[in-house]
Ligand binder design. Sequence first.
Ligand SMILES: [Zn+2]
Length: 278
Amino acid sequence: MTIANLIDVLTPALDEGYGVAGLVVLGWEDACAFVAAAEDLRCPVILQAGPGCRTHTPISVLGPMFRALAEQSQVPVVCHIDHATTISECQAGIDYGFTSVMIDGSRLHLAENIALTASMKEIAHPHGVSVEAEIGFVGYDEGALSLPTKPEEAAELVKQACPDALAISVGNVHLQTSADTVIDKVALAAIEEVVNCPLVLHGASGIKAADRGWLASNSKVCKFNVGTELRQAFGTSLRNVLDSDAHLFDRNQILSAVKPALIEQTKKVLKSIDARKA
Ligand SMILES: [Zn+2]
């Protein structure tokens, strides 16, 4: 049984200077592909059910699905709820077997974010469930603008609420379809001066592979969330498969053919943040 939480996979990653990928899952096929890629490379992986995934499929289905994959896997797999804004959403995740939650108080005032994160940790830890928080705000491509993380606020949140991982905003942006993000390394260093916990970059699809590698080896960033890049790989592969044979109609046949390209792209993502695997 290789089911894990963020503490299990991020503690050695931070110590040894490699990254662990938080991969955005939308269904069974991509979740299987992500675990297959991690098994091929013998590295841990974090499967993430975000708001879009939870809208599409009930959490009562996702929890057992994620757990089944984790329990049968040859590598540590974290079953993570991404961007939950309420304790009740996280509690539902815990009830259905998730091993990790992100309580996203990034839109709240600092004191409220700290109180929410601390309460979540109190509820989660007795169940062996880890907690990720966010400070500052990571914006969205063609959507809400980012608010950079203030080091003093990050320090205060970590001191008072002690999350197991902290998502920060240092130039990273969600939903980027090309890798042209410039990470503010000065801002990152200022946060690292005052915060001693694993850091998370959401929006890592927008960060060049070489920059991800540098960050994994040289900073406290050790969780890299990747969604868009792999959704693009899935969409491209699906289009190619359907274009290759006008008579294809069976879902299982189509999605089995889509999977190898998704596994290959996932392996590229995993290698980009773990120099031992490159
Ligand atoms: Zn995010």
